[in-house]
Design a protein around this ligand. Structure first.
Ligand code: GDP
Length: 300
């Protein structure tokens, strides 16, 4: 928790401290409630979640007779955690079945941290005792395959790659084929996130998924989003969610933003849980997302 606190310091001062300051002992006039709303909106919670949080807070403060700032803080904590739906399954499903590897597709637009996340996730799985094979199907960005291979050799995972500009689906196919042949536990496929047009993306990702499914089940489609991009990230997320069945969200660069509230909004928009968060560029800067720990770090 201490580490998470440090990493979220920018969101904490903008959001947590601001809110706690406004909330005081919970006895607020209309102007102060408007300020609470503005703070939530500024932190990128979005209109719908902001509404829900403010309504719940007002109701509960009224019905429970909040007297001290500690009471108010406890209620705020409760309402924020609820808004993050702690009941959702946030496990990354990456265990083999019927003798075949689990397959995880990592999708998202260029620059969001897809390759880095794939490398960090490989590290987590290897540390957990699994064998991992990496598929460098981001054949669009020239350096992506080298970058992934570097991660692979660091963490102890082999990488399957194609020629630059090769068909991403053919690389994904080859990676899963080798994964099956070698009996590895998990194949992580780093895809090319070319958001040129929606149909282009659909053709490309759809094809990757189809060729993979000829050999093994796709267990997870993790959508990587850059938390610093705010509404742009949300727009991207909607397009991806229309094109593939996203099973989990990875929110990267939470360390660099005061808008950590995007977590709330993106989950609500996509109806898919945030499963992992990126908290820096380092190998161990990928953490499972835990609503209560996240809210505690925000509230400081
Ligand atoms: P890709 O094009 O989506 O594969 O993006 P990359 O994996 O190459 O990442 C783009 C940049 O973002 C790199 O400089 C990464 O080190 C950086 N990056 C990725 N994840 C995080 C994160 O969680 N926090 C920070 N601060 N930087 C990150």
């Amino acid at each position: 928790l201490e580490r998470l606190r440090g990493k979220l310091s920018r969101s904490r001062s903008a959001f947590g401290q601001g809110l706690l300051g406004l909330l005081g002992a919970g006895d607020l006039d209309e102007d102060s409630w408007t300020d609470v709303e503005d703070t939530l909106l500024l932190a990128d919670l979005g209109a719908a979640v902001t509404d829900q949080v403010v309504t719940n807070l007002r109701e509960r403060i009224a019905s429970r007779g909040v007297r001290t700032s500690d009471d108010a803080r406890a209620l705020l904590r409760e309402v924020l955690i609820e808004a993050l739906h702690p009941e959702l399954d946030r496990n990354v499903h990456a265990l083999p079945h019927s003798g075949k590897p689990a397959v995880v597709l990592v999708v998202g637009v260029n620059g969001v941290g897809k390759t880095t996340t794939t490398g960090k996730l490989a590290r987590v799985l290897v540390a957990d005792g699994r064998t991992v094979l990496l598929g460098a199907a981001d054949t669009f960005r020239a350096a992506a395959a080298d970058q992934l291979e570097t991660w692979g050799s660091r963490v102890g995972a082999a990488t399957v790659r194609g020629a630059e500009g090769a068909d991403p689906a053919s690389v994904a196919f080859e990676a899963v084929k080798q994964g099956v042949a070698k009996g590895v536990d998990t194949v992580l496929v780093d895809t090319a996130g070319r958001l040129h047009t929606k149909t282009g993306l659909m053709d490309e990702l759809g094809k990757v998924k189809r060729v993979v499914e000829k050999q093994a089940e796709v267990d997870e489609v993790l959508l990587v989003l850059d938390a610093t991009t705010g509404q742009n990230g949300l727009t991207q997320a909607r397009v991806f969610a229309d094109v593939v069945d996203v099973t989990g969200i990875v929110l990267t660069k939470l360390d660099g933003t005061a808008k950590g509230g995007i977590v709330f909004q993106v989950q609500r928009e996509l109806g898919v849980p945030v499963k992992l968060v990126g908290l820096g560029e380092g190998a161990d800067h990928l953490a499972p997302f835990e609503p209560a720990a996240f809210v505690d770090a925000l509230l400081g």
